[in-house]
Design a protein around this ligand. Structure first.
Ligand SMILES: Cc1ncc(COP(=O)(O)O)c(C=O)c1O
Length: 451
């Protein structure tokens, strides 16, 4: 038996138990893993639904153009549907989104226009405004508007909610969703609460979004809005898909905590998910004191990690933002107390340098002159020279020293320090605020990595 086209693979995603990260919680935690959809995200569901409703209502005609402001996932769902049904797509997105997301949309035939992130939604340059304007200019076009298009939440009312109810055999007690347009949480939450009004629905918001404050106070406060790094959830206005009666509680998750948790989900559970999945599970952890033994929690994991390989799954990107707690040069020397770096002077004799090596049981000695790092004496280098010329011991250090050890800053991560150390170069140096040199050798690095 075959399927008639790719759209028939949308939905019926697996519900997968988390076993490691959540082991200290008293309850069962299940992930609705939405990257099993053909466009690798939950948004395939609502994209197709919105298109089907628009077709039924005559808002789009054969050969027409679909226009939308989308950070990628909705665009992917729309683009797949457009391929199968014979429409064109023009999407506007923001420069905050991963470049991969735009490239993927182009790969499936869409035209993508990238707009600035840090402008007001009603600024003519914003991705909302540009998509709205295009919809008035492009003939036979349909502006999707996932924010206010209620077919968005309907898709989740008709599909995501019933799937979760059936997959848990009605045992679900909590739904946890990182929320953006509101379509997922409101549609799924409404269905589940109609089945069992005791089910708790928890929304996860980002710092820099106004949704939580709106939920708590009813005030749509623009002062809550500022740029943030998390992707896919949080909003700078309240879309019409929201109906707050289906949400019980909001919590905010930091950009760092969401990213770190997404990496843990990949490493510990083998689920290579997107940023908002990390934020969703982190949000659940923040609310864990409310959970009891027989609870069955369902977390929605919206999309796949492949869209974030240049971001949260890239160590450099994480380090630059202070999201990875990496050990640095400073951490490695912090346990040494008042112990000073052993060094020698260019005018000292080689035999004096050898005495220092024996006394302190070290292999690498920096040569310092007037507070400057001018050379190095290493056991390896000396060994070869003494074999060739035993008289060298009486020479001055300056005549036999090797090139100085590289100097790095105090906050250089250990991973980067190790790239400086090789056969010719056994150590790296760094100066502290008082101008004193500190040394890290290959043994220090090996020790720190094996801890
Ligand atoms: C990765 C990701 N997470 C979460 C969301 C939020 O889902 P919703 O818009 O249904 O609230 C989206 C929506 O674009 C998303 O792409």
């Amino acid at each position: 038996m075959w399927l008639h086209n790719i759209l028939e693979t949308i939905g019926d995603t697996p519900l997968i138990k988390l076993n490691k990260i959540t082991k200290d919680l008293p309850c069962t935690v299940l992930a609705k893993v939405e990257y099993f959809n053909p466009g690798n995200s939950i948004k395939d569901r609502m994209a197709l639904k919105m298109l089907e409703v628009a077709e039924k209502e005559g808002k789009i005609k054969p050969g027409g153009t679909i226009i939308e402001g989308t950070s990628g996932n909705t665009g992917m769902g729309l683009a797949l549907a457009a391929c199968v049904k014979g429409y064109k797509c023009i999407f506007t997105t923001t420069d905050k989104q991963s470049k991969e997301k735009a490239d993927i949309l182009k790969a499936v035939g869409a035209e993508v226009i990238v707009c600035p992130t840090n402008v007001e939604p009603d600024d003519p340059r914003s991705y909302y405004s540009v998509s709205k304007r295009l919809a008035t200019e492009v003939p036979n076009s349909w502006y999707v508007n996932q924010y206010d298009n209620l077919a968005n939440r309907l898709a989740h009312y008709e599909q995501t909610g019933p799937e979760i109810w059936e997959q848990t055999e009605g045992k679900v007690t909590h739904l946890v969703v990182a929320t953006g347009t509101g379509g997922t949480i409101v549609g799924t939450g409404k269905y589940l609460k109609e089945k069992n009004p005791n089910i708790k629905v928890w929304a996860i918001d980002s710092y820099g979004s106004l949704l939580k404050k709106y939920f708590d106070t009813g005030v749509e406060d623009p002062k809550e809005v500022y740029p943030y790094i998390s992707e896919g959830f949080g909003e700078d206005f309240v879309p019409q898909n929201y109906d707050m009666q289906y949400i019980d509680e909001f919590t905010k998750v930091t950009d760092k905590d969401g990213a770190v948790m997404a990496r843990r989900i990949a490493k510990e559970e083998g689920l290579f998910c997107g940023y908002s999945a990390g934020s969703c599970l982190q949000g659940l952890m923040q609310l864990k004191s409310q959970l009891k033994k027989d609870d069955v929690v369902v977390c929605i994991f919206h999309d796949h990690g492949s869209r974030y390989v240049a971001k949260i799954y890239n160590d450099e990107w994480m380090m630059e933002r202070g999201f990875l707690d990496v050990k640095t040069f400073k951490d490695l020397i912090s346990g040494r107390g008042s112990q000073k770096t052993v060094y020698t002077h260019p005018d000292a004799s080689v035999s004096e340098a050898i005495e220092l090596m024996k006394k302190y049981d070290i292999e690498n000695i920096p040569v310092i002159e007037n507070d400057n790092n001018v050379g190095a004496i290493s056991e390896n280098g000396l060994f070869n020279k003494i074999l060739n010329n035993p008289g060298i011991k009486e020479e001055q250090v300056k005549n036999v020293m090797e090139k100085p050890y590289p100097e790095v800053s105090f906050d250089t991560p250990v991973e980067r320090l190790s790239s400086y150390i090789n056969k010719e170069n056994g150590a790296v140096l760094s100066k502290d605020d008082s101008g004193l040199y500190h040394i890290i050798t290959k043994y220090d690095i090996i020790q720190s990595l094996s801890k």
